[in-house]
Design a protein around this ligand. Sequence first.
Ligand code: FAD
Length: 281
Amino acid sequence: MSSKSFSIEFFPPKTPEGAEKLRVARAQLAQLKPAYFSVTFGAGGSTQAGTRDTVLEICREGHAAAPHISCIGRSREDLRAILDEYKSHGIRRLVALRGDLPSGYGGATSGEFRYASELIAFIREHTGDWFHIEAAAYPEMHPQAKSPQDDLNNFVRKINAGANAAITQYFYNADAYFQFVEQARKAGVDVPIAAGIMPITNYSQLSRFSDMCGAEIPRWVRLKLASFGDDTASIKAFGLDVVSDLCERLIAGGAPGLHFYSLNQAAATTELWKRLRLSER
Ligand code: FAD
């Protein structure tokens, strides 16, 4: 068994057709034997029930699954009920986040929790060591942070509050990841920090996501992708080269794991996995 953790993320489907497509994608991705599948919550208007149902379906199929749980705009009572429900189903891993409110709401001041570190402390207070908790990390800085140092300090707070590990936002600049990990180690963080990997298959979608979450697409990559226009085969082939080189560098440089943002599509993650021979690492 690999000492590194390779995991795959889904979002909860919103329609019966989406659910069926995800089942097909998941059957293919399950053959790769990832350490676990995680399921997002809240992003794109998904509901807690959607996250829970998808997670339970994955568990019934015999795979390890981790729901994402976010605290913005939530009450303690609400979160206590969600944690109890996951615990009653034998779920042992969570990805704990602040989450984002739709624009126009009161930012981080709305609800009983302001930051993910408060959620993580609450999970520990309410459920002790039951859950393995993953926190989010930002090698290229969270877009709302005051400075990289401030963001790093806030990351350290989440680990000190009880997170067991972290997964990064996606990035295409390996040096940003290595620098971040080095700084975190200097600040006393010793938990594994898995690299979040976004396969490249669609330029306009990637640009949109990257603008929202503050991930930089290097200029040369952007120019190349733009030059392919509607030629999706070239975009995918180039994206596969860029992202597999990135993953090779990350693994060679000591990344303890890779977490693939699959966007519920099996092909790109499967191709990367095979090219990188992750099942043998
Ligand atoms: P926090 O760690 O709370 O940080 C948010 C901001 O507040 C940062 O700028 C930080 O520097 C600052 N901050 C933190 N603590 C303090 C403090 N004490 N004082 C002042 N400032 C502080 N979103 C979803 O909606 N659903 C998902 O399922 C989801 N999954 C994700 C999975 C991963 C692996 C990642 C990396 C992100 C995910 N997101 C998801 C996005 C995430 O919710 C957003 O990036 C959100 O804006 C921040 O969440 P966080 O948990 O990192 O927040």
